[in-house]
Structure formats: structure tokens, C-alpha cells
Design a protein around this ligand. Structure first.
Ligand code: ADP
Ligand code: MG
Length: 532
């Protein structure tokens, strides 16, 4: 097949075609090219494609074309696993609806006051995007009727099953008229998904975008050979060298994601973690921060990051080699999206080489070896960055008054090139640390601890029923430093002190700040010099 399907081949309405153009889509993605004609023909479709391949528009476009705006009833419902996704899908629909203002779409999800959703539903909504739990709530209250629904979408089907939504989904599907069109989208096709398809679809057509196509070709993939204990240092160097705007780092477990997040923050990076056990409100906060660029580094587990769409992720780093080939493909799908180029770097410990070969084989990708970035690599790349900004600043103009200041203040004492060099040196001196040292260690000054230790104040004491073992347990448990490394503990009525070896102090501080001891916020702060 050498002529690719174009949007113009899909006989779309003028309004949708215009919206697609506004959105900057040049041609249908493979899954769109496969699925849209089948959905338009009224078929039930089960589609498998990796995250980031445009599945939303694949069902969104034909759904919108089928809506009759003059009937003020819900005509399509999309079920998806999380609030985050419901919002994202609703946004994509709103964009597709830019020139069809009479068609309305409403995301409904837990955590938002139900009254607001009630009012919106009462005013007449054509397309509902919802999480199964909240949709069930509305069905029970009879505030949502599905009698006129002609299309149902189960998006991220595998994840909804993983999250235990199967019963809700079955109940919801029973409320929708039998002659509906049922569309099932999923990144993977495990047996339970096929079961759902068998039970609820009518002669479904299966479409799938194969691995080779799945991998985003614009993503440059490499690996770094690194021992477990050097991973953190190498990670920081890599980030300093690439100097990405947004980074996603993947860890294999929630525990490792949390640990790494604390350590990376302790080194002064703006990072946060995202894992499956977090409350929805926490996840929203983290994702919001990442989108706005308040956080540059998102440290995630596979499950937590599924389906989340963030634009402009420059680099994906696999801190751990993923356990599963599909996970690899999903992870690197987070970068190089929608035609932009991206990077994916995988950390490979000696024991991981078999897995790496397996990934290359099954995902049909080439992952090339890259050396550990050296300090001079970092320095060079920073220089390039600074000079790049210099060029941009010169191009932007408006330098006259600065030229005057330099002429007046230096009175020709220095050559222009010396001044430029000095400014560059000042920019670069922000510190490129050698690997052996512990870069970015926070200096707590004199905290009145024994030598080699840092003494911390904790805002919990006897009145919170805190005993030494609670403090040791909490710190060792949360940070992974051995309990016996923890030094003197002194418990007073409403507060306590604990001494921590210097090399662990920054880590303990950043992690424990966000944790509790006996259900109380730790209130951890470096102690002041004089011993109480
Ligand atoms: P998926 O549901 O498969 O994970 P999405 O539907 O969230 O993927 O799409 C990922 C991103 O790609 C979105 O930002 C979307 O707007 C964009 N996109 C979708 N289709 C196209 C297309 N044909 N061309 C360019 N970008 C597209
Ligand atoms: Mg999706």
C-alpha cells in the first residue's frame, strides 16, 4: 500500500473537515484510516492500537457525524477508566466540534459535584464521556437516560477491566438499546477483552495496528549500559545534557517511582511522581503541574501513565527496562508524538540484556548503544544551549541600551570577546558535578548534630503517641535507608529530634516532608544549631 488514505477520502462533513484542519492533522493515523470507514458503515469495531495513535478521533469523527443535533437526547456514550481521560477525550471532541456548536459533549466523572453535571445533563447533551462509576451513579438517580443512545464506546478497555469496572460496564451496556453500535478500543487484547467483545458486540470487525507501525518512527531510541547504583547519577547527567523541556521517567514499580522522585527532587530538579495508588485529586495536581511546566520531570509507573496524553514530551527515560515488550512500546509512545521528534533512552543493567534483545526483536525496533554522558558532554551541550539563546536574543533585537551600558561601564577596559566569555563562564558555573561526588547535596548548615550527621526537628512527639520505633520505622520504611543508620532520637512532648547521616539527609528531608508518622504530618525541618 503506497497511497495512504487521506481525510478527503473519508467523505467527512465540511464542518468536521475544517475542524481537523484547524487541529493541524495532515492525514489520518493508521488506526483512523482503518477504523473510520468501518464505523461509518455502521459496523461494530474492536480496535487495538498503542497509546498516542489517535484512537479518540478514530471514534470521535464518525460519532459526531452520526449525531442529530435537533434531538436533545444523549445519542453516544464513551466509557473510559479515569477522570483525566474523560476530560482529555471531551477536549478532543470539543475541538472536533469547533464548527458544530449545536452538538454538545459533557464529561462526567467522580470528584466533581454531581449537581453541576445534573444541570448540564438536564439542559440536553448529545455525547457523554464518563467513567463507569459515575455513569452508574447517574443511571441510579435516573438523571441520565440511555434510551436514545446509538453508539457506545469502551475506550482503554483493558485498563477499565484492570480497574475492576467490568460489572458496571455490563450494567451500563444493558441499559442501551440492543440495536446500538458498540466500539471497543484497547491497547492490548487479553482474553477478558475478547470476552467482552463476544458478549456485547454484533459481528465485530477487528482492526489492529501492528507493532512496527505502533512504534513512533520519529523517536530516536538508545540505551545506556549502567549499573543499578550508578543509575541516579547517570540520570541526572543525561537530563543535564539533553536539557529537555518535559521528561517522563518510567520505573517498574510504584515503590521505585516514589524513591526516585524523592532523590531527584533532592538534587534540585522539579520532579513529581504518578502511580496507581494515588488519589485522583493527587494525580490531577501532578498532571496539571506537568502540563503547565511547573514540574519538568514526571516519574511514572506503566499503569499510571496509560492513556495520558501530554504534548511535547522531549524524552522518555526507562529507568528500569520494562518487564513487557508492550510496555516498552507504550512508554516510548509518550514522546515523538504527532509528527514531532523525540528521544527514548533505556537504562540497561547487566542482567537486563536478554530483555533488551527481546524487546528489539518483538517490537521490531533498533535501539542503539549510547555512552554514559561525560561531564564534558554536559558542558558542551550547555554551551550550545547558552549560545543558542544568545543568538535568539540578538535576533530579537532591542539590545541598544545594553550596548550603551557596556560601553559606558567598561570604558573599553576589556575586549568584547572577553566580556562575552566571562558572561558565558558565569552561565556555565551553575555547576557540572563530577559523577563520583554526590551532586546537589543540600547543605543544612550546623544543626547541632554529631559530626557526619544532620539533626532534624519533627513536629510529632509524645502527645501524638510517637515512640522511637515509629520514627525509625517511618524513615527506614519510606526512604529505604537502613534503620541502624539512623542516629540519636529524642522525643519531647509535642516534637522530637532525629539525627540522620549526612549522605542520606537530603533524601530523608525531601521524602519525609511529604509523609506521615503515626498519621501525623512529620513537620520535618533541619534543627537549629543549639541543642534543645
Ligand atoms: P490514543 O487515544 O490512541 O492514545 P489520542 O486520541 O489521545 O491517542 O491522540 C494522541 C494525540 O494525537 C492527540 O494530541 C491528538 O490530537 C493527536 N492526533 C490524533 N489524530 C491525529 C492525526 N491524524 N494527525 C496528527 N495528530 C493527531
Ligand atoms: Mg485514548
Amino acid at each position: 500500500m503506497n497511497t495512504r488514505i487521506q481525510f478527503s477520502d473519508l467523505h467527512l462533513s465540511r464542518e468536521i473537515a475544517k475542524a481537523i484542519e484547524d487541529m493541524g492533522f495532515e492525514e489520518p493515523s493508521p488506526i483512523q484510516a482503518l477504523a473510520i470507514p468501518l464505523i461509518q458503515a455502521g459496523r461494530d469495531v474492536t480496535a487495538q492500537a498503542q497509546t498516542g495513535t489517535g484512537k479518540t478521533a478514530a471514534f470521535g469523527i464518525p460519532i459526531i457525524e452520526k449525531i442529530d443535533p435537533s434531538r436533545r437526547t444523549v445519542q453516544a456514550i464513551v466509557l473510559c477508566p479515569t477522570r483525566e481521560l474523560a476530560i482529555q477525550i471531551a477536549e478532543e471532541f470539543s475541538n472536533l466540534l469547533a464548527h458544530l456548536p449545536r452538538i454538545t459533549v459533557l464529561p462526567i466523572y467522580g470528584g466533581q459535584p454531581i449537581e453541576r453535571q445534573l444541570r448540564a445533563l438536564q439542559s440536553g447533551v448529545h455525547i457523554v464521556i464518563g467513567t463507569p462509576g459515575r455513569v452508574m451513579d447517574h443511571l441510579r438517580r435516573r438523571t441520565l437516560r440511555l434510551d436514545d443512545v446509538t453508539t457506545v464506546v469502551l475506550d482503554e478497555g483493558d485498563q477499565m477491566l484492570d480497574m475492576g469496572f467490568i460489572d458496571d460496564i455490563e450494567l451500563i451496556l444493558k441499559k442501551v438499546p440492543q440495536n446500538r453500535q458498540t466500539l471497543l478500543f484497547s491497547a492490548t487484547m487479553p482474553q477478558p477483552i475478547l470476552e467482552i467483545s463476544r458478549k456485547f458486540q454484533n459481528k465485530p470487525e477487528f482492526v489492529r495496528v501492528e507493532y512496527a507501525e505502533l512504534t513512533v518512527p520519529q523517536t530516536e531510541q538508545s540505551y545506556i549500559e549502567v549499573k543499578e547504583r550508578e543509575k541516579l547519577d547517570v540520570l541526572c547527567r543525561l537530563i543535564d545534557m539533553v536539557d529537555p523541556h518535559l521528561t517522563i521517567i518510567f520505573c517498574n514499580t510504584k515503590r521505585r517511582a516514589e524513591d526516585l522522585s524523592g532523590k531527584v527532587r533532592a538534587r534540585g530538579y522539579r520532579a513529581d511522581e504518578l502511580h496507581g495508588d494515588m488519589k485522583q485529586s493527587q494525580r490531577d495536581r501532578v498532571m496539571g503541574g506537568f502540563r503547565k511546566g511547573v514540574i519538568d520531570i514526571l516519574i511514572a509507573t506503566d499503569v499510571a501513565a496509560r492513556g495520558i496524553d501530554v504534548e511535547d514530551v522531549d524524552i522518555v527515560i526507562n529507568y528500569d527496562v520494562p518487564q513487557d515488550v508492550e510496555y516498552y512500546v507504550h512508554r516510548i509512545g509518550r514522546t515523538g508524538r504527532a509528527g514531532k521528534s523525540g528521544k527514548a533512552v533505556t537504562f540497561v543493567a547487566p542482567k537486563d540484556f536478554t530483555k533488551l534483545r527481546e524487546i528489539m526483536h518483538y517490537a521490531k525496533v533498533q535501539i542503539t548503544r549510547m555512552p554514559v554522558p561525560s561531564p564534558s558532554d554536559v558542558a558542551q551541550s550547555r554551551t550550545r544551549g547558552v549560545l543558542e539563546r544568545v543568538r535568539e536574543t540578538i535576533q530579537a533585537g532591542g539590545l541598544e541600551q545594553f550596548v550603551r551600558i557596556i560601553e559606558e561601564e567598561t570604558e573599553g577596559d576589556h575586549s568584547t570577546i572577553d566580556i562575552a566569555a566571562a558572561l558565558l563562564k558565569m552561565q556555565m558555573d551553575v555547576g557540572i558535578e563530577p559523577l563520583a561526588e554526590k551532586p546537589g547535596e543540600l547543605d543544612f548548615g550546623d544543626t547541632g548534630a554529631e559530626s557526619g550527621m544532620v539533626r532534624f526537628f519533627l513536629g510529632v512527639g509524645r502527645q501524638h503517641k510517637v515512640a522511637p520505633k515509629d520514627i525509625v520505622g517511618a524513615i527506614a520504611g519510606e526512604t529505604g535507608i537502613p534503620g541502624k543508620a539512623i542516629g540519636a532520637i529524642r522525643i519531647l512532648d509535642s516534637y522530637s529530634f532525629v539525627e540522620i547521616p549526612k549522605e542520606h539527609a537530603a533524601e530523608v528531608y525531601t521524602i519525609m516532608k511529604e509523609r506521615t508518622i503515626r498519621n501525623q504530618p512529620t513537620g520535618i525541618e533541619p534543627a537549629s544549631g543549639k541543642r534543645a
